[in-house]
Design a protein around this ligand. Sequence first.
Ligand SMILES: Nc1ncnc2c1ncn2[C@@H]1O[C@H](COP(=O)(O)OP(=O)(O)O)[C@@H](O)[C@H]1O
Ligand SMILES: [Mg+2]
Length: 304
Amino acid sequence: MDNPVIISVGGGKGGVGKSTITANIGALLVRNHYSVGFIDADLGGANLHLCLGVRRPLTGLQDYITGKYKTLQEIIIPVTLQNSWLISGASDILELANPNFAQKQKIIRNLAKMEADFILVDLGAGSDNHVADFYAAFPCGIVVTDGLPTSIENAYGFLKNGILRGLVRLFPGDGEIRNSIRRFSDPQSGKAYATIGEMLEGLARKFPRAVKEMRMWLQQRRTFLVLNMVRDPDDVKVGERFAEMVKKYLSLNIYYIGYIVFSPDVRKSIKAMRPLVEYCGESRAAECFASVTHNLIALTKGRV
Ligand SMILES: Nc1ncnc2c1ncn2[C@@H]1O[C@H](COP(=O)(O)OP(=O)(O)O)[C@@H](O)[C@H]1O
Ligand SMILES: [Mg+2]
């Protein structure tokens, strides 16, 4: 079996539909004969299990982080969806610990060894280091926004922090390069760059090899934009503009893979604790999920 295609799902803002999109894309990947692993990395607000029909997960990522279980295999929860498994983020542990960097690396390393064609990682809200490290760890990531200015700003911040964190992590022992990257867009340092491209040009004079490495890292990444809760045709264009902005300022390969219409059916399916595409396949929103998944498969597996 090939290594799994691991795709993070983030977007900075809570409530924009990350978990809903994770569950529905996963269900459609299964329908397209792929096996799927779901992992809920939203340790503070884990609820992906509910979208997949699991009321109360008995084990979760915290049990692995605290060492209660030694392998990811042991904390897997079966879900009703065929050919798939879930690692939940929910926990009974009162003091939720964010994993430290070494623990995160262990999760990331071992996730790549799990059996699945696709693994979807629900990142949860925010763009703090915890979220940014997971985004940066996997070369593919879905970014979700509902297109409102607040959410667009959060999605941009999420991508920016994610790539800056990823670039810094390329040079573990080199304080000078790390500090230069961290000063990106910091007007106080007097060295603010408007774009990642400008920053790389600026750094290339002093650190040509490092910049080559950074460019390669950026080139290998693919970010997929999904616009959610679309209510009218004008909203669709917001996605196009956002993708342009991300390309220009962050030098990211971003693909706008589609939009999901706002639909009360989505709420109903969440109440029924089932992905919409399983619960009400004729819904317009379900058609949108199918189109987004079709594009995702084409861009990651090169066939549909
Ligand atoms: N396309 C949509 N149409 C209508 N409601 C939606 C849609 N997508 C998500 N929702 C609703 O928004 C709420 C938040 O979704 P959720 O997936 O939990 O967001 P996140 O994981 O980003 O916090 C849910 O109650 C869900 O029913
Ligand atoms: Mg969520």
